[in-house]
Structure formats: C-alpha cells, structure tokens
Design a protein around this ligand. Structure first.
Ligand code: SAM
Length: 266
C-alpha cells in the first residue's frame, strides 16, 4: 500500500516537473524568437523607431533586425496557447502558417510539438521565400497600390529559414516546407487535417488564397489566426468576403489590437 502511494506521488511529481520545464522552455523560446532577450534593434529602413522598444516588440509593431519573428510577444504567446490547447483537447491535425518570413512562428509551433512529445503532427511552412507578390488589381482590386512586394527585407530564402529551425535543433521530418506562391502550392498541398491555420500573408490575395485552399481542412475545435486583421485593410476585407461567401459568422477574438483568431465549430 505504502509502495503504491509512493508510486502515485512519484508519477504526480514527474508530471508536475514535466509541466514546469515545458513552461520554462516555451517561455524562453518566445523571448528568443521575439528578440526581447537580446533587445535587437528594429530594421533601420522599415517602420518604427531607431532603438529597441519593448512596447513595440510586445505587440509586433516593428521589424526586428535579428529576431526570427516579427509578430511580437503577445501574438507569439497567443499562438503558443492555441497550439497547446489544441494538443490538450486532442483536436486532430497539423499546424500551418502561410507567410513565415524568417520562420519564427513556425519554429514556435514545432517547439510546442516537441515540448508535448507530439510525433504525429507536422508543421507546414508555406512561403514564396522571395517576398510578397506584386498586386493583381484586375483580380483583387483591394490590393491596388499595395507596396509590400517592394520590401526586400520580406524576402527570406528557404535555406536561411531552414538554418533558423536548425539553430533551435528543430529542423526534422515533422517540418514540411511549401515553396512558391500560395495560389500554386496550397490547393494541392498533401495536408489532411489542420488544428491550427495561421495566416500572415498581409495582402487580400494572399489571405483569400490561404482561406480558400485550407479553411475546410481545419478540424472542429481547431483555430484560425489572422495576423494582419487590424493593420492591413485588404486582409480584413478578404476575411469578411470569405466568411460571407460561406455564410459563416465565427466569434472573432482579439489578440493585441493587430491580430485576431477564432475557433472553428463543427
Ligand atoms: C509579414 S511576413 C510573415 C511574418 C512571420 N509570420 C513572422 O512570424 O515573423 C509575410 C510573409 O508572407 C509571404 N507571402 C505573402 N504573400 C504570399 C503569397 N501570396 N505567396 C507566398 N508567400 C507570400 C512573404 O514572402 C513573407 O515572408
């Protein structure tokens, strides 16, 4: 009897320490990926101030010079929480981000899978790895005049993104890269189900292409995250055009004044 009590207590202690170390690991990942740990300066020719600002980095309002994600602490933590929730609730499916830049948000999703010992889910990493497409106003009038394709800082080559995963020891067969324009890669991607669909392609076209190709793959209980909802008009319009086309009205939740998310109901 004493032996049984000791064994029960031992397994509870193990579980508790596993949870504690998992939290410490993921906390540290967010600090590294956002650049708050070394307080790296923003890129000098893009938005925002010359010096590091904790406030801007918190909400992902600058483009870091070194850090592997530009989405900031709050949106990284939101992604982490939703990924952990999907795992705990056993929502079936892989995780994907469409629009990855240096790869930081996808690296975090891979880290969450690692922390939970999840071996049967993959992280899909979709990007041109060459920046954004020029606007196509004939088909997508909402993108008229969009200048994102002119930012060379947004073109991060595939090899560099792979190296970034490797720096955290997170580059393996559970990470799958989809290189090319979303309109060419996403409709035929061999993805079965998704538990997390994270969109960060900024433009109307990029948002619409990702929603059209992937929305139906999100499992009930899974999450859709829209990074640029409040800061890129075309992105928000694409979301609402898509939702009204499908007659959907999900409960949209705020993250940080920039991004939003919702849970897909069955
Ligand atoms: C704002 S960045 C993504 C930031 C990233 N999620 C992070 O964690 O820092 C936008 C990315 O979307 C990609 N992108 C946008 N539209 C695309 C499209 N239609 N096809 C392929 N890649 C696209 C760009 O190449 C760029 O890497």
């Amino acid at each position: 009897m004493v032996k049984q009590i000791k064994a029960g207590f031992g397994s509870w202690v193990n579980k508790f320490s596993r949870g504690k170390y998992r939290t410490l690991y993921l906390d540290l990942m967010v600090r590294c990926l956002s650049g708050t740990i070394y307080q790296d300066r923003p890129l000098q020719n893009a938005f925002a101030s010359k010096e590091y600002s904790a406030e801007l980095r918190e909400s992902g309002l600058d483009w870091p010079s070194q850090a592997h994600s530009m989405i900031g602490v709050k949106r990284l933590n939101n992604l982490r929480t939703l990924a952990e929730t999907a795992i705990r609730r056993r929502v079936p499916g892989d995780f994907i981000e469409t629009g990855v830049w240096r790869g930081g948000a996808c690296i975090l999703m891979r880290a969450v899978l690692k922390a939970y010992g999840q071996k049967d889910r993959r992280v899909w990493v979709a990007d041109s790895f060459a920046g954004l497409p020029p606007p196509d106003p004939a088909n997508y009038p909402a993108d008229e005049g969009d200048g994102f394709h002119g930012y060379t800082e947004l073109a991060v080559p595939l090899d560099e993104v792979k190296q970034n995963f490797a720096r955290y020891d997170l580059l393996d067969e559970q990470v799958v890269f989809l290189q090319g324009w979303f309109k060419d890669t996403l409709p035929s991607a061999p993805i079965d189900k998704l538990a997390i669909l994270r969109l960060d392609g900024d433009m109307y076209e990029s948002t619409m292409d990702a929603l059209s190709a992937l929305y139906d793959k999100v499992s009930p209980g899974g999450y859709v995250i829209i990074d640029d909802y409040h800061v890129v008009k075309g992105c928000k319009k694409a979301v609402h055009d898509f939702l009204s086309l499908r007659n959907l009205s999900p409960a949209i939740q705020e993250i940080d004044g920039v991004g939003v998310y919702w849970k897909v109901v069955g």
